[in-house]
Design a protein around this ligand. Structure first.
Ligand code: XMP
Length: 317
C-alpha cells in the first residue's frame, strides 16, 4: 500500500541520489508548492540546498518576514533573503499596462535570480512543479491566445545551465498538502491561497508606488484577517483586495471626502480555469467594509466583485 510516508522516504532517497554532492538552489514564495519542495530537499541534502526568497517589494503585509521565519526557524531550511524591492519598484514607475507590468516583473525576477544562482555555484534548480503543471504545459488544448502571461512555470532553466529538480511532479495539490502536513509544515503555508508572481502590482490598477502599496496591504490584511476569524478562509479558493484607479466622493463628519476605492474579490474554484464568485455573508462583508473605511487612511468606499470566470478573470489585471 503506497502511502505519503513512503513517498517522502523515496523522494528523499531519490533527491540524494540525483544530486550527489552538488549544490541546489530554488526560489521560494511561501506558498505550499515551493515550501514543500524546499523542505523535502532540505531534509534530503541539508545545506547543499539554498532557498532564495526574492523580495520584489510587491508582497503582502509582513509576508517576507513570515516566510523567512517559517522556513528558517520552523522548517530548518537554509534560506537567503534577497531584497530587490527598490529595483522592482523603480522599474515599475509610471507603468500602467498589465502585460507590461508582468513582463518587467518576470524579466527582473529572472535577472536577480540568475545572478544569485551563478554566485551560489549550484548545478541544480529546484522547482515545485506539480502534475497538473506538467500536463498543462505539454498539452496543446489550451487557449490559442495569451490571456495573461504567467511566469511562474518554465523560463528560468532554459537560459541557465542548471539541471531541473522537480520532486513534486507526480503529485496533485491535495497530495502536496498531505506531504506538507507530514513534514510538519505549518497550516498557514499549507492552506495559503495562491498568490501571483507579479504580486500586488496587478492588484493596484494603474501606477504602482509605495503609498498605494501601503493602502492595499492594509486593506488586504483586514480582509483576510476577517475571513479567517469568520472561518471562511478555507471555504474560499482565493480572496484578495484590489485598489482601483478611481476616486469616489464620501462624507466624513461634516466634510466631503474624495478618496480611493477598494474592491474585494473572493472565488471558489478547483482548477482556476473557471471560478465562481463566492457569496460571503452580508454581516461579514459589513464588518470588513466598516473596518477598511475606518482604519485605512485614504479609502472611503468598498465594493464587492460578483463576477465569475469567465467572463472575468480572477485577478483584475
Ligand atoms: P486569472 O486572473 O488568469 O488567474 O483568472 C488564475 C490564477 O492564476 C493566478 N495568476 C498568476 N500567477 N503569475 C502567476 O504566478 C501571473 O502573472 C498570474 N496572473 C494570474 C491568479 O492569482 C489565479 O490564482
Amino acid at each position: 500500500d503506497w502511502t505519503m510516508e513512503d513517498f517522502i522516504q523515496q523522494c528523499i532517497a531519490s533527491i540524494r541520489q540525483q544530486v550527489g554532492s552538488a549544490k541546489v538552489i530554488g526560489a521560494v514564495s511561501g506558498g505550499v508548492d515551493s515550501t514543500v519542495a524546499a523542505v523535502l530537499t532540505s531534509r534530503a541534502i541539508g545545506t547543499q540546498f539554498e532557498a532564495l526568497l526574492v523580495d520584489n517589494g510587491l508582497l503582502r503585509r509582513d509576508e517576507a518576514n513570515q516566510v523567512v521565519h517559517r522556513l528558517r526557524d520552523t522548517c530548518g531550511v537554509q534560506l537567503r533573503y534577497v531584497d530587490a524591492s527598490s529595483l522592482f519598484l523603480q522599474l515599475l514607475q509610471g507603468v500602467v499596462d498589465p502585460e507590461e507590468k508582468r513582463k518587467i516583473i518576470g524579466n527582473t525576477f529572472i535577472k536577480v535570480f540568475e545572478k544569485e544562482a551563478s554566485a551560489s555555484g549550484a548545478s541544480f534548480l529546484l522547482q515545485g512543479t506539480l502534475y497538473p503543471d506538467v500536463i498543462e504545459s505539454s498539452s496543446h488544448g489550451g487557449p490559442s491566445v495569451t490571456i495573461k502571461t504567467h511566469h511562474n512555470v518554465g523560463g528560468l532553466p532554459d537560459k541557465m545551465n542548471l539541471k531541473l529538480l522537480e520532486p513534486l511532479r507526480e503529485l496533485f495539490k491535495d497530495e502536496v498538502r498531505a506531504v506538507g502536513k507530514l513534514l510538519g509544515i505549518p497550516e498557514d503555508s499549507i492552506y495559503r491561497h495562491p498568490f501571483p508572481g507579479p504580486g500586488l502590482a496587478i492588484r493596484i490598477l494603474g501606477q504602482v508606488d509605495q503609498h498605494r502599496l501601503e493602502i492595499l496591504r492594509h486593506a488586504d490584511s483586514i480582509y483576510i484577517e476577517e475571513l479567517k476569524s469568520a472561518n471562511l478562509y478555507r471555504c474560499i479558493s482565493q480572496a484578495f483586495a484590489v485598489l482601483l484607479p478611481v476616486k469616489a466622493v464620501g462624507v466624513m463628519g461634516d466634510t466631503r471626502s474624495y478618496e480611493d476605492v477598494v474592491a474585494l474579490r473572493a472565488v471558489e474554484t478547483v482548477d482556476y480555469m473557471t471560478a465562481k464568485w463566492y457569496p460571503i455573508p452580508a454581516t461579514v462583508l459589513e464588518k470588513i467594509s466598516s473596518r477598511i473605511v475606518n482604519e485605512v487612511k485614504g479609502v472611503n468606499r468598498v465594493v464587492y466583485d460578483i463576477t465569475s470566470k469567465p467572463p472575468a478573470t480572477i485577478e483584475w489585471e
